[in-house]
Write a protein that binds this ligand. Structure first.
Ligand code: 5GP
Ligand code: MN
Length: 327
């Protein structure tokens, strides 16, 4: 294990202080969040603790749909019995937990996260922006206990890490420590080939068609530095699909376009409410832009959700992007 990723003082002491954990991730969970919750609960159950995992969803990314039934959607009064502690994963702000945030007020809280900026919440915080994923921190937690992941846990840890790093393509120089950690997971039984299939499979055909539509209607702004596209509820409806996020593939293709610095993807979530996803090729910090709109994220990958129709959100976004590109 890489000693510099050992949990800081207070983390193990916190975890040893409780026999029961309620584990939370963020709303609209992704593979990193889901895998971190699943592995943490598996690990502490092996150590004889009582662990419950919660997520209000929605589980609409195809690669995590299969795990949905393992999560509780709400906190029952009985779940709060037995003096549990709350473990909050991959959330840079408390409200990312969703509506269950109110129900855990008063519980002791440990936060494990890898976002560079956010809100200072929780009693004990293990926040390390050098970590490529929260699963990477969970792996180091297990190793700090002088234990190792089971083959099943190793597979999930690689799944979260591979998803958050875009299958390693977001990693930069001097990231050898990530590959060392991956090497240990693969030797335990995690399979890169299987992981790739876990991430890139299970699509509805409608998702491929929506992807084509999003690519076709993309608009080039600010001398080609910015590409903006969207998906509306009507699109989903007309293709007979409930939830067909294809944003990652859209980014992958549009970020390859010559001269492009920023790609924005607007998704109409409900009437007059849109989420906006942002990716930067390196020159501009989209994390700061997303935070200024009430969202968050990383320098090169960030997002926010706002009220408004697609055209309204689009023009607000374009104004903010103009400002970003000029500054
Ligand atoms: P994605 O575009 O993949 O949904 O999100 C990219 C990153 O942006 C995520 O890892 C997350 O950190 C951040 N992000 C996206 N949407 C939101 C949001 O509404 N609020 C916050 N705080 N962060 C977000
Ligand atoms: Mn993450």
């Amino acid at each position: 294990m890489n000693a510099s990723f050992c949990p800081p003082d207070g983390v193990i002491e916190f975890l040893e202080g409780y026999q029961k954990f309620l584990v939370f991730g963020h709303v609209e969970p992704d593979a990193d969040c889901v895998a971190s919750q699943l592995v943490l609960s598996s690990f502490f159950r092996r150590r004889g603790k009582e662990v419950m995992i919660f997520s209000e969803g929605p589980f609409d990314r195809p690669e995590i749909i299969a795990y949905e039934q393992r999560f509780r959607k709400r906190i029952e009064d009985s779940n709060l019995k037995g003096d549990p502690a709350a473990l909050i994963l991959d959330c840079s702000t408390a409200d990312r937990i969703g509506s269950m945030e109110k129900r855990i007020q008063g519980l002791p809280v440990l936060v494990v996260d890898h976002h560079a900026a956010g809100e200072d919440f929780g009693d004990v915080r293990w926040v390390d922006p050098r970590a490529p994923s929260v699963t990477f921190l969970i792996q180091h937690l297990i190793e700090a206990y002088l234990d190792r992941p089971t083959p099943g846990e190793a597979g999930l840890l690689l799944f979260g890490l591979a998803r958050d790093t875009g299958f390693f393509r977001h990693l930069v120089e001097n990231s050898g420590f990530v590959f060392e950690a991956v090497s240990r997971l693969v030797d335990i039984g995690a399979s890169p080939r299987e992981t790739y299939r876990m991430i890139h499979s299970g699509w509805e055909l409608a998702k491929a068609k929506l992807l084509a539509l999003s690519l076709q209607r993309v608009e080039s702004e600010l001398k080609g530095k910015v590409l903006i596209t969207y998906q509306s509820l009507e699109d989903l409806h007309s293709l007979g699909s409930k939830a067909a996020r294809g944003s990652d593939e859209v980014y992958r293709i549009l970020q390859a376009v010559r001269g492009v610095e920023v790609v924005a993807f607007i998704q109409e979530e409900e009437r007059d409410r849109c989420s906006v996803g942002l990716r930067s090729n390196g020159e501009y910090d989209v994390g700061t832009l997303a935070r200024s709109m009430g969202g968050g994220g990383h320098t090169l990958a960030a997002g926010y959700t706002v009220a408004g129709s697609v055209p309204v959100v689009h023009s607000q976004l374009l104004a903010a992007l103009k400002h970003l590109v000029k500054s």
